[in-house]
Write a protein that binds this ligand. Sequence first.
Ligand SMILES: C[S@@+](CC[C@H](N)C(=O)[O-])C[C@H]1O[C@@H](n2cnc3c(N)ncnc32)[C@H](O)[C@@H]1O
Length: 246
Amino acid sequence: MEPVILKTFQKGKTKEYFAMPEGELHTDLGVITLDELKSKNFGDTISSHLGIEFIIQKPRAPDFFTHAKRSGAPMMPKDIGVIISNTGLCSSDFVLDAGTGSGILAIYLGMIAKKVVSYEIKEEFLEIARQNIALAGLTNIELRRGDIVEEIQKLDEKFDVITLDTIAAAQVVPYVPGILYPGGFLAAYSPFFEHAKDIREAIGKTNPTDVRTLENIERGISFTERGTRPATARVGHTGFITIVRY
Ligand SMILES: C[S@@+](CC[C@H](N)C(=O)[O-])C[C@H]1O[C@@H](n2cnc3c(N)ncnc32)[C@H](O)[C@@H]1O
């Protein structure tokens, strides 16, 4: 059973719901009989008992960032975009990811790459990620329970791209060159300067061909009758991304 996005426009604002096609959804815009979705296609509309129409959309990766169940803080799409663009992630790639967390980064990676292996130390987080990945309909993500610092030392597989979004990243770095294909990339995410500095120090000992650390600042633009300008409310700091090639 696949989830759907139900979207409506009310008083100039978009309102949306993430739902499975069964039972009823009670909203402040009326009750939607979700069983009716079985006879509908994406792009069709469904109405609540109050006559409010909702467009039916197929969820894509950003919808899982917005609606999926969370364990810890998922990586934001703006930062995931930096990783995808700077590593050149593509459909033939084998990816190693840690920690899985809510599985949001893994879902984005899995929607592009051939295969993603993702390690998470906490079983309860792994279970949430497992549910999110199943809802995304992805079968190319293999979740493994374990401490990535220990597990990476036992791996005999090779990867094109490795993504690290864990406090343990600096301890993992020494083992990265041994399991990356030549020319492969590591992308390590760190919320703090100190954490990024530890990662850079560890990378400095591994003979990379390229390394840089950056922060991606996103600024939405607000369009109103009074004028057009950068939105006054915005996402503050999220993290630093270190991109390394071997
Ligand atoms: C910030 S979250 C990752 C979020 C994830 N990238 C996403 O987009 O949903 C960091 C995760 O790393 C896990 N973790 C911490 N240390 C770890 C380790 N040594 N090995 C594997 N996972 C670890 C934590 O339990 C947590 O779930």
